[in-house]
Design a protein around this ligand. Structure first.
Ligand code: NAP
Ligand code: F7E
Length: 377
């Protein structure tokens, strides 16, 4: 049985990827970070919370990452954890760098010292193209980051390539364009729109205030995009791939389409406020995913209109349930009974178990001593 470690399992992509890997027979481990209000609602929403093993770890904390890799003893690591909100990266540039740039390097170092056979997927992004003059963008388009987030992700992108070429480690960059879903965080523009459309339709909200309505994005469906993460890790050689739908729409067009789903005219409800504009904007992104199609046979199945409809209908369902007295999924109990969490005080046994299952990979004395040395350092 293959073993995978997914960082950022509580975010949008983590649960979709976990569900896919479970369906392929993987043993799935996911890292989550300790917070005062745990958020396992997406895993619960997809009905997979009890099928995965959770490990507490933070990308800023090397020892917790070492522990996560040692305990899970994975064949594949999918590094999805990040401070992923571009707007917040202008407010917290150092934190963003620490997590999004150095976080990836920490994993690459762990792999280099512990077990070079572990494959590594890095969640790279179309934001790397930022101010690119060319449109559409593909793997050869020059990268021009326009935010602290993109600059940090560019560092991780290069480190992922450097470890591939320097040490022969199987590392991949998935250069994913925007992908959305009903599980998208509420601060991202698509979900902000669909959530507001549902509330406005039900009379729970009056207007929707957005920032730059002219920015254009290539929006795909997260459920489609995670397939490509797995596919590139199964390819016979490590490589980097652009993943996109090849269509681009403005924020205004997204809002127009979303209001259309509920039979309303967006112009009556949407306002633009300069305060929500970013210090530096990425004006237009559109991906050319021909390489993914030709080499791996991947193509986006769900396109713009279907995606918008899916998200609006999902938010409508949630708010209708709410108005009739039902809970939101994120009101579900934080630590439900029966969750499989590997806590630090059971790590020694779990490590022994991991070594027994993975046998050849981590059980060797030499590897253990490397691990101890790293932990001391
Ligand atoms: P997301 O919903 O924001 O999820 C991010 C995950 O990272 C969450 O589980 C979060 O935990 C975790 N995380 C944040 N800081 C952490 C830290 N210091 N230590 C450990 N975990 C931490 O992002 P997503 O949309 O699923 O995206 C997944 C990855 O793809 C990210 O790296 C993102 O930058 C990248 N990406 C996303 C898109 C897109 O359109 N969605 C496109 C290209 C690339 P909490 O739940 O505790 O916050
Ligand atoms: O903004 C504009 C905003 O925050 C999209 C992340 O997953 O995809 C995502 O980054 C556009 C921008 O996503 C509002 O200025 C207008 O031009 O939804 P977003 P993003 O910045 O494209 C990439 C690929 C990632 O890698 C990231 O992790 O919409 N916009 N008005 C607004 N944006 C927000 N959030 N809120 C508004 O009110």
């Amino acid at each position: 049985m293959k073993r995978a470690l997914i960082t950022g399992i509580t975010g949008q992509d983590g649960p979709y990827l976990a569900r896919l890997l479970l369906s392929k027979g993987y043993k799935v481990y996911g890292t989550y970070r300790r917070t005062s209000s745990p958020n396992f609602w997406r895993l619960q929403h997809l009905g997979i919370l009890k099928k995965i093993t959770l490990i507490p770890a933070d990308l800023s904390d090397m020892s917790s990452l070492l522990e996560a890799v040692t305990v899970s003893n994975p064949d594949e690591i999918y590094n999805l954890a990040a401070q992923s909100f571009v707007g917040a990266s202008f407010d917290q540039p150092l934190h963003t760098t620490e997590i999004d740039a150095s976080g990836a390097t920490r994993f690459l170092e762990i792999i280099r010292h512990l077990n070079k056979n572990i494959k590594f997927y890095q969640a790279s992004t179309s934001e790397l193209f930022g101010g690119a003059k060319e449109c559409p963008q593909d793997e050869r388009t020059p990268m021009m980051p326009n935010s602290p987030y993109a600059a940090a992700k560019l560092h991780a992108y290069h480190m992922t390539k450097i470890y591939r070429h320097s040490y022969g480690i199987f590392t991949c960059n998935g250069i994913l364009f925007n992908h959305e879903s009903p599980l998208r965080g509420l601060e991202f523009v698509t979900r902000k729109i669909t959530n507001s459309v549902a509330k406005i339709k039900l009379g729970l909200q009056k207007e929707l205030v957005l920032g730059n309505l002219d920015a254009k994005r290539d929006w795909g469906y997260a459920g489609d995009f995670v397939k490509m993460m797995w596919m590139m890790m199964q390819h016979d050689k490590p490589d980097d791939f652009v993943i996109a739908t090849g269509e681009t729409y403005s924020v205004g067009e997204f809002a127009e389409e979303a209001f259309k789903v509920v039979g309303l005219d967006w112009k009556k409800y949407v306002k633009s406020d300069q305060k929500l504009h970013r210090p530096m904007e990425v004006h237009q992104l559109c991906g050319d995913a021909r390489k993914a199609r030709d080499v791996l046979g991947w193509e986006a199945e769900i396109k713009f209109k279907e995606l918008v409809k899916m998200m609006v209908e999902s938010d409508l369902r949630l708010w209708k349930k709410f108005t009739s007295g039902e809970n939101f999924p994120w009101d579900a109990p934080s630590f439900p009974h029966g969750m499989d969490v590997i806590a630090r005080n059971v790590t020694r046994d779990a490590k022994r178990e991991a070594a027994a299952i993975g046998g050849k990979k981590l059980a060797g004395k030499k590897k253990k001593s490397t691990w101890k040395k790293l932990l001391k350092g």
